[in-house]
Design a protein around this ligand. Structure first.
Ligand SMILES: Cc1cc2nc3c(=O)[nH]c(=O)nc-3n(C[C@H](O)[C@H](O)[C@H](O)COP(=O)(O)OP(=O)(O)OC[C@H]3O[C@@H](n4cnc5c(N)ncnc54)[C@H](O)[C@@H]3O)c2cc1C
Length: 585
């Protein structure tokens, strides 16, 4: 009896000391973990710069697109002392130029099927890719419900044999989603129903359609949400800060040189590990580290058009699985507009790619075949082009057949870890896998302090409800479209925005829900430092309407000049930069 008691006591003491040892190891090895203050999130670029030289980081992440931001959030919530540096603005490259769908990839499903039927081969990797992405689309919707929602997509079918083909395929898509990724089930819709409810669709030869579900989101706003959440959890994030070199001891990377692209000053930052998350530019950084490594990225560019909302179905997207040249085409309702996009084709990797009139003409021609009312160049309100990082054999010509999965690659000599490929939908698991690798390199077992992002609500998203817009309407006397918009984009932070700038609640532009307070908020709470930061990625006017953007450009420039203390010359330069980037000269 007595020895039993002593044994129990010993076990308790042993257990407690193990927990204590681990928690000590946790805090001493992993830097600081700050409890989240998700409704007070603010990115203070200048304060972050001030702290830069002071200590060594556990991880420096290069690149502030979806891959880098997802990794920063994963790292900081696991307790790693984390710095992220972005050469331009958060999501200023590919991550603000996507189709804005959260998807498992119906096209990959078709590839899986074709391989099974023609080569009798089950491609487990492709299956895992689809299943994981289906789960992640639901995770994003749950963690940022204000910025991501389910979207019905209708595939019109113009030949009888294709009816069972697409119906069965999309049923399998539902099945692969399982419980974790489940959205409403797909269903068949007759040609008569389509004609009755969706007169926008060309009914010539229409046999019917299949409706299935994916997610839709606001890409650059999700990026800002990730950035704020990472900061609220202790990470240091810098936009307009380019990595211009690596610090090495022997062959090993022990830090980075960061150039403040605004002041021109260069800082040396010590770090135990460095993660290259520069998307399409990943090879540049890999070869800056080691010029002998072979390239692994192929670029694939894709263009999108924005039109007034009448061209889309009010509550569903249209997906054309095969255009005349075998591409997938989307016509989606998005943020009160119509978004048209197609899959990408092989291209060079360039910064800020331009959209050509040929790209625009191609989309107009293809889409017009599927709409009852053909579209014209005059209907196009905005457009942009983005470059997808495909991890692949650069000599291949067909980008559609190349791997869409993410890749984590480590240079054994220098220790540089590269995360690239993948897609927006899977940013969270990409971050988790990359930080697992970072932990291993730090000599820590990733299983001991595993990822915490699966159920982590993003800044402002906790307790969000669509109906909260009514409170904003009543309290601030706002029109419903503005209240709905502010509630979705800023969620729990909308009141803070409205209270902080009570004199700036007016609309920036007729017919669009943006208000002037957002420009100030972008500068002081969301680290916007240029006109393009404000108008392309915070307030998304440039994405929606180039003419309106041109109209407000000078006024936005003047506000920024005053708030940021710019000289006349700086204002002129930034206005010019915006005109070039927005293609509105
Ligand atoms: C046309 C198109 C449509 C797409 N549609 C979808 C979709 O509907 N759904 C989906 O899930 N995915 C979609 N994607 C894919 C998705 O957008 C990308 O996979 C994702 O945005 C890539 O993010 P990233 O962080 O890897 O790269 P990026 O967003 O390009 O980020 C890399 C960042 O690194 C920075 N950088 C480069 N060099 C340096 C340096 N030296 N120092 C510091 N920073 C540096 C760059 O400025 C850039 O901001 C689409 C892609 C394209 C092109």
């Amino acid at each position: 009896m007595k020895s039993g008691f002593i044994w129990t006591l010993l076990k308790t003491v042993l257990g407690l000391s193990l927990v204590w040892t681990f928690s000590m190891a946790d805090t001493s090895c992993l830097g600081f973990y700050k409890p989240s203050k998700l409704n007070e999130s603010k990115i203070s670029r200048e304060i972050h710069f001030k702290n830069l030289n002071h200590s060594e980081y556990d991880v420096v992440i290069i690149g502030g697109g979806s891959a880098g931001l997802g990794s920063a959030l994963d790292a900081t919530t696991r307790g790693l002392k984390t710095l992220l540096v972005e050469a331009d603005d958060f999501a200023s490259e590919t991550s603000s130029k996507s189709t804005k769908l959260l998807h498992g990839g119906v096209r990959y499903l078709e590839q899986l099927w074709t391989k099974l039927l023609t080569q009798r081969e089950w491609d487990q990797t492709l299956y895992n890719l689809i299943r994981d992405a289906l789960k992640e689309r639901k995770t994003v919707i749950e963690n940022a419900p204000n910025l991501a929602q389910p979207l019905a997509l209708l595939t019109p079918i113009y030949s009888w044999p294709e009816v069972p083909y697409y119906w069965a395929g999309l049923k399998v898509y539902d099945l692969f989603a399982g419980k974790k990724g489940k959205l409403p089930n797909s269903h068949f819709i007759s040609a008569e129903q389509i004609k009755k409810f969706y007169p926008q669709i060309n009914a010539n030869g229409l046999k019917g359609g299949v409706v299935y579900y994916d997610g839709q989101f606001n890409d650059s706003r999700l990026a800002i949400g990730l950035a704020k959440t990472a900061v609220a959890n202790g990470a240091t994030l810098l936009n307009h800060a380019r990595v211009v070199g690596f610090e090495k001891e022997g062959e090993k990377i022990v830090g980075v040189q960061v150039k403040d692209m605004i002041s021109g000053e260069t800082y040396t930052v010590k770090s135990k590990t460095v993660l290259n998350a520069t998307g399409p530019f990943a090879d540049k950084l890999r070869q800056m580290d080691d010029p002998s490594v072979p390239a692994m990225i192929s670029g694939a560019s894709g263009t999108h058009l924005v039109l007034d909302k009448e061209f889309a179905l009010p509550e569903a997207g249209i997906l054309i699985p095969k255009t005349s040249d075998g591409r997938v085409l989307f016509v989606l309702p998005w943020e009160g507009k119509t978004l048209i996009g197609t899959t990408d084709s092989k291209s060079d990797v360039v910064e800020k790619p331009k959209t050509t009139e040929d790209d625009i003409a191609y989309l107009i021609k293809e889409v017009s075949q599927y709409l009852s009312q053909p579209i014209t160049r005059a209907d196009v309100k905005s457009y942009w082009t983005g470059i997808r990082p495909l991890v692949s054999d650069p000599s291949a010509s067909d980008t559609a057949a190349l791997a869409r999965d993410h890749v984590i690659n480590r240079n054994p000599k220098s220790g540089l870890i590269t995360l690239t490929g993948g897609k927006w939908t899977t940013y969270r698991v990409m971050g988790e896998h990359a930080i697992d690798q970072v932990m291993t390199q730090l000599g820590l077992d990733p299983k001991m302090v595993s990822s915490k992002t699966d159920h982590l609500k993003l800044a402002g998203s906790a307790n969000w409800s669509f109906d909260n817009y009514r409170n904003l309407m009543n309290q601030y006397k706002l029109p419903s479209d503005i209240a709905i918009y502010l509630n979705r984009i800023y969620a729990g932070e909308a009141k803070n925005l409205l209270d902080t700038y009570p004199q700036a609640h007016e609309r920036m532009s007729e017919g669009l829900p943006f208000i002037w307070a957002e420009v100030y908020y972008a500068v002081h709470f969301e680290s916007a430092r240029s006109i393009t930061d404000v108008l392309a990625r915070r307030v998304r006017m440039a994405t929606m309407d180039k003419l309106e953007t041109k109209r407000v450009l000078d006024k936005v420039g003047k506000i920024l000049a005053r708030e940021l203390g710019w000289s006349e010359e700086q204002l002129k330069e930034d206005l010019e930069k915006a005109r070039v980037e927005f293609q509105i000269e």
